[in-house]
Design a protein around this ligand. Structure first.
Ligand code: SF4
Ligand code: SF4
Length: 170
């Protein structure tokens, strides 16, 4: 998330709240503020889980000391398109709001049909739901019941891929 170019990021937060990623890698030799606590994944890579524990109420709580490589320098495809003036600020906000609306719709459907789902972000909710679906996909009733949800999720993933992925970091 960065704070430039009419600040579309304050309307979004998808690179912090678990919508786009379930973890973020920090460069091996990058100095990190002592207050920043991140989970060390197996192997050489340093990473922290998403939703980021420092993202609360649509704000980065460690904004001044956030990691450079994965946070400060991060620009998703949409942000880069706004900066290069290939997408207007207004159109970018429309894209973000469209994704938020679809995300809310998917979350409500999961809550209604699969309330035991414990995913802490849309990314993890759908991952859990997909595992559940894989176990029961031969059940015709199940497929009828969740067909709309799976279609919404397919569209959701495509919107993320088309508008936000192909990034410079994370
Ligand atoms: S996903 Fe893109 S637009 Fe959204 S907060 Fe991150 S950098 Fe900004
Ligand atoms: S540290 Fe801040 S900018 Fe980085 S992922 Fe967390 S909330 Fe987002």
């Amino acid at each position: 998330m960065i704070d430039s170019n009419q600040n579309i990021c304050i309307h979004c937060g998808f690179c912090c709240d678990g919508t786009l990623f379930n973890h973020a890698n920090i460069k091996a030799n990058e100095p990190i503020a002592p207050s920043f606590v991140f989970e060390i994944t197996p192997g050489e890579k340093r990473a922290f889980k998403q939703p980021c524990p420092y993202y609360r109420n649509a704000i980065c709580f460690i904004y001044e000391t956030r990691p450079y490589s994965v946070c400060e320098s991060f620009r998703c495809k949409l942000l880069r398109s706004v900066i290069s003036e290939n997408v207007s600020y207004t159109d970018a906000i429309k894209i973000i709001n469209g994704v938020i609306a679809l995300k809310t719709k998917i979350e409500l459907q999961i809550l209604e049909h699969h309330p035991e789902n414990k995913g802490d972000s849309i990314h993890n909710k759908m991952k859990e739901f997909e595992a559940y679906f894989a176990e029961t996909m031969n059940d015709v009733e199940f497929r009828k019941k969740f067909g709309h949800l799976l279609l919404d999720f397919f569209i959701f993933k495509k919107k993320l891929s088309d508008s936000f992925r192909k990034t410079t970091a994370k």
